[in-house]
Design a binder for this molecule. Structure first.
Ligand SMILES: [Zn+2]
Length: 695
């Protein structure tokens, strides 16, 4: 965009209502978005900053089952927690909405209907994995299995989180239901697909040609590889219980795909914010910027833009400055492994130290590569930079003003060269910081800001007003006044320029100086504090963090790690015990022809129930691909009937039928018998067609 936009629409990724907010979220998305927005507001620009909780999709329903509460209770709990955490850390949304609001359901349904009426979806009936135990279709994160690319045994149906490969469920090796762990079966179902390949050329021109100079290389790289790999139709509807109904007649149990409707949440939230929402979404002179983490690039750069293009009236993002990941003490942050610093816990342990965390996360922001948060680094940065530079400078100026001039801003006298140098540094700072912010280089912007504070510290040190005071206050009074006057202007500038990064600290400085509000345009001025104006010493800006409280944080993480390692060792011990038992000796040699007589087939368990009066026996109905048959198996002590339904087994299919407890058993299910006599079922490594021959 060559002309300056008339207004800005800034979105931050909708956090998923499945676990509390941690430092990775803050560093990746919310702190950079908030810095940018606070800067724009200080510039006097028209900004709408929107966000909200993403409350649909897969994991919330699983969590509800795990916690034994309703899905609504799960999403309410996290929505309120998110809202509180964001408010606590000064993330200054204009609106924080949620996707369970009726206005969002309507907006998303209208969007779907628009594309549907224009005939822009492909209707396809396809076989999909189905969990017979839970009676549900399995997509995306509902289905887990081994990644064909990297071997990660816990890859999701839509993506492997370990290697980042996009997957479809049928590519998973050993698929299993995330609900019940059952091996799924295949069932036909109809869904509506957005033919992304139709938008490929347009996306290539728009992103690869159009934004090659202004989008971040990590974002461009991912987009290019998606487009070059060939875009495919992507289902925009799902067979689920929880979500937004597909707005078509007679489709009970079909919902909108969460990545179809969640980004529309930005539109719904804007609608909720203002009746004038269309000016933010439909005027070419609005600049739309999405702040997200790298795992959401494809959804914000490929799928959502294709949807917006298909709808037709909406503007497209000008930029998507996605960050890489913030790790914690050398390990990937993980909600499920409890490897995180949770915001609500941080504030309990470090009350009123929001800016300390904002500072550490910005100074180390993972803008171009994954970065690491360590408590040692947090402690060092706090002490040497916030306390040692910024806090120290401001404290000295305020205390000396109080001591020498009774807290009244003294007059400025004749300027020396050293004063002029500092004045130039101050004058140049706003533009320098702004340029970095405009290009989403937040670390650099913060470093420039700290350079200003550093220059102030040096100015104090070089001029040493305390020495002049000692040498004789009356004869040096004008010079001391000038030094403190200039220093107070610099303190005021640190409030103006610090507002985007350290909003709580900026507020405290304003209180000290009696500046109710500031604008970016005031930055660089040497007239922010007037002669005669009262300066209040309200105490240290950054008080001491005890080393013990840092050690406590490290200890907490070490305990988590230790618990995890102990778990892993316990799990390993079982097979080791088994090895000590005596194994059954080998049977006499046979010819292949003997083996050929045996017909072993893969079959799926359709039903399973206990046999009355026999606590070891289960009666199973099997789909063998050839027929449906009944088999009685002695595995009731090891397997509950509900764990078997939907699982594949190996069946000795040509064994002569025999009656067991009055039931005709047509074959035998194969198991491995451990030396202790425990039976474990034998199954193919991945789902295969029933009736496949085992040889
Ligand atoms: Zn993988």
């Amino acid at each position: 965009m060559t002309q300056e936009p008339k207004r800005y629409l800034i979105t931050a990724a909708l956090p998923y209502a499945n676990g509390p907010i941690h430092i990775g979220h803050l560093a990746g998305v919310y702190v950079p978005a908030d810095i940018y927005v606070r800067y724009l507001r200080a510039m006097g620009r028209d900004v709408a900053f929107v966000c909200g909780s993403d409350e649909h999709g897969v994991p919330v329903t699983i969590r509800a089952e795990q916690e034994g509460i309703t899905v609504q209770e799960v999403v309410d709990k996290y929505h309120n927690l998110f809202k509180q955490s964001f408010a606590d850390f000064g993330i200054s949304f204009d609106i924080y909405s949620r996707t369970s609001n009726p206005i969002h359901h309507e907006t998303a349904q209208d969007f779907f209907k628009n594309l549907y009426d224009k005939g822009l979806f492909e209707e396809k009936t396809e076989e999909q994995y189905y969990d017979e135990v839970k009676g549900r279709f399995l997509q995306d994160r509902y289905i887990r299995g081994t990644c064909p690319n990297c071997g990660n045994p816990d890859a999701q149906g839509d993506q492997c989180e370990k290697c980042g490969t996009a997957l479809s469920p049928n590519e998973l090796i050993n698929p299993r239901s995330a609900y019940s762990n059952a091996t799924p079966t295949l069932r036909p179902t109809k869904n509506w697909y957005l033919p992304l390949q139709d938008y490929a050329e347009w996306l290539r021109e728009w992103i690869v040609e159009g934004h090659k100079d202004d989008w971040k290389t990590n974002v461009l790289g991912q987009c290019k590889s998606w487009i070059e790999d060939g875009l495919r139709p992507r289902a925009m509807t799902r067979d689920l219980d929880w979500g937004i109904d597909v707005p078509l007649e007679g489709l009970a149990g079909k919902k909108l795909y969460v990545w179809f409707e969640a980004p529309i949440g930005y539109i719904s939230a804007t609608k909720e914010l203002t009746p004038d929402w269309e000016k933010y979404w439909k005027s070419a002179d609005t600049k739309l910027v999405h702040f997200i983490g790298k795992d959401n690039i494809v959804f914000h750069c490929i799928i959502f833009p294709a949807m917006l293009k298909a709808y037709g009236d909406f503007i497209l993002p000008e930029n998507v400055p996605a960050n890489e990941f913030m790790n914690l003490e050398g390990d990937k942050i993980s909600t499920s492994r409890n490897w995180a610093v949770w915001l609500h816990e941080y504030l309990q342990d470090f009350p009123a130290k929001q800016d300390a965390l904002r500072y550490a996360l910005t100074a180390n922001m993972p803008e171009t590569k994954d970065n690491d948060f360590t408590w040692a680094d947090f402690y060092t940065k706090y002490n040497s930079e916030l306390v040692g530079i910024l806090g120290n400078f401001i404290n000295r100026v305020v205390v000396l003003t109080e001591k020498y001039f009774g807290g009244i801003t003294p007059a400025v006298g004749k300027l020396q060269e050293i004063d002029q140098t500092l004045i130039t540094t101050i004058a140049e700072a706003p533009e320098k910081i702004a340029q970095s912010l405009e290009q989403y280089r937040f670390r650099e912007a913060l470093a420039y800001y700290m350079d200003v504070a550093r220059a102030g510290n040096k100015y104090m040190q070089d001029n040493a007003p305390w020495s002049l005071h000692k040498a004789g206050f009356e004869e040096n009074k004008e010079r001391i006044a000038t030094i403190l006057h200039i220093s107070l202007q610099l303190v005021a500038n640190l409030a103006v320029l610090g507002e985007p990064f350290l909003p709580f600290t900026a507020g405290k400085i304003r209180t000290m100086l009696g500046l109710p509000t500031t604008t970016w345009a005031q930055g660089g001025s040497m007239d922010l504090v007037k002669e005669g104006q009262t300066v209040q010493n309200t105490g240290l800006l950054f008080d001491k963090i005890e080393e013990a409280s840092i050690e406590a944080q490290v200890g907490k993480l070490e305990a988590t790690k230790k618990a995890r390692e102990e778990n892993a060792t316990e799990n390993k011990q079982e097979p080791a015990k088994e090895e000590k038992k005596t194994l059954v000796p080998l049977k006499p040699e046979i010819d292949y022809t003997d083996f050929e007589k045996i017909d072993i087939r893969v079959a799926t368990v359709l039903t399973a129930e206990k046999v009355k009066g026999a606590d070891k026996l289960l009666q199973l109905t099997l789909d063998t691909g050839i027929d449906t048959r009944t088999v009685v198996s002695g595995i009731a002590l090891q397997y509950a009937p509900e764990d078997l339904v939907g699982k594949q087994v190996c069946l000795l299919a040509n064994l002569a039928p025999r009656k067991l407890r009055g039931i005709m058993s047509q074959g035998m299910i194969l198991t491995a018998e451990t030396p202790e006599g425990t039976l474990r079922l034998i199954a193919p490594h991945e789902v295969v067609t029933n009736g496949s021959v085992v040889k």
